[in-house]
Design a protein around this ligand. Structure first.
Ligand code: ATP
Length: 256
């Protein structure tokens, strides 16, 4: 029987007079792809920031594999099994693709400053293991041919794949993707769609993505959650959400 990997229950976030999230509840099933949609300012990024513990919420609970997220510090979230990418790329532009991807695994290494400086045998072992895993992720995302190129040399769509490869290195169970299709051309969006389906199956991942690109969300997701002005207005299959009158109104206005 499918179980919920993520359980969001009654989450509320206020910024001064603005209620950015108003008692939001939904579950994401293990192994599924869930899309989070909504017009600008709906609260999508705020929710993502709650999931990665960048924001604290005033009410509600978020459970990951049954455990309360608030019991863990923000810097423990990656080690817990939640990986993410950002709306604006957060890569080291002058570093190579391989080095950028390897950065993603450092939350799991034990090396400190001193052991690194002394190049102890287990430090070298960890580094070798990290390099192997990075090479694997690079292969999975078809980045072999550019592995040693600096990131700044690469087209935007390829850089976004580098960020995805890096997020995979922490071996997440849940991957949070913040607008992975933004800035991509038609062909790159199609490649991304195939990649997401592939990594979900091959790595048995659960994915939650915030995305404005409706075609991508509706084709790749098993479940879509729609927000508007901080409230949840729909939660269901892509077909159900697309046909929901509140969703149509939120996107097209009252004229719809
Ligand atoms: P977009 O699609 O434009 O990225 P969004 O759905 O991600 O929008 P949020 O960025 O989560 O929306 O914003 C939700 C509401 O909360 C907006 O009214 C926004 O102005 C407000 N907000 C978000 N972050 C902050 C903050 N740090 N301080 C004050 N208000 C904020």
């Amino acid at each position: 029987m499918p179980t919920a990997l993520l359980e969001v229950s009654g989450v509320t976030v206020r910024f001064g007079g603005i209620t950015a999230l108003d008692r939001i509840s939904f579950d994401v099933m293990s192994g599924s792809i869930a899309g989070l949609i909504g017009p600008n300012g709906a609260g999508k990024t705020t929710l993502f920031n709650c999931l990665s513990r960048l924001y604290t919420f005033s009410e509600g609970t978020i459970r990951f594999e049954g455990a309360l997220l608030t019991d863990f510090a923000a810097h423990k979230i990656a080690a817990l099994g939640i990986g993410r990418t950002f709306q604006n790329l957060a890569l080291f532009r002058t570093m190579s693709v391989l080095d950028n991807v390897m950065v993603g695994g450092h939350c799991q290494t034990r090396t400190g400053f001193l052991s690194n400086a002394l190049r102890l045998p287990w430090v070298r072992r960890e580094e070798r293991d990290l390099r192997e895993r990075a090479t694997e992720a690079i292969g999975l995302l078809d980045l072999q041919s550019v592995a040693h190129r600096p990131v700044s040399d690469l087209p935007f769509g390829t850089q976004k794949r580098v960020e995805l490869a890096r997020a995979l290195l922490s071996r997440p169970k849940l991957l949070l993707l913040d607008e992975p299709a933004s800035g991509l051309n038609h062909e790159e969006v199609d490649t991304l769609r195939q990649l997401l389906s592939r990594i979900r199956h091959e790595l048995k991942l659960t994915i939650l993505l915030v995305e404005h690109h409706m075609n991508l969300v509706m084709r790749v997701s098993d479940q879509v959650v729609a927000l508007d002005f901080g409230r949840k207005i729909a939660d269901g299959t892509p077909a159900q959400v697309q046909a929901n009158p509140d969703v149509i109104r939120a996107y097209l206005g009252d004229a719809a």
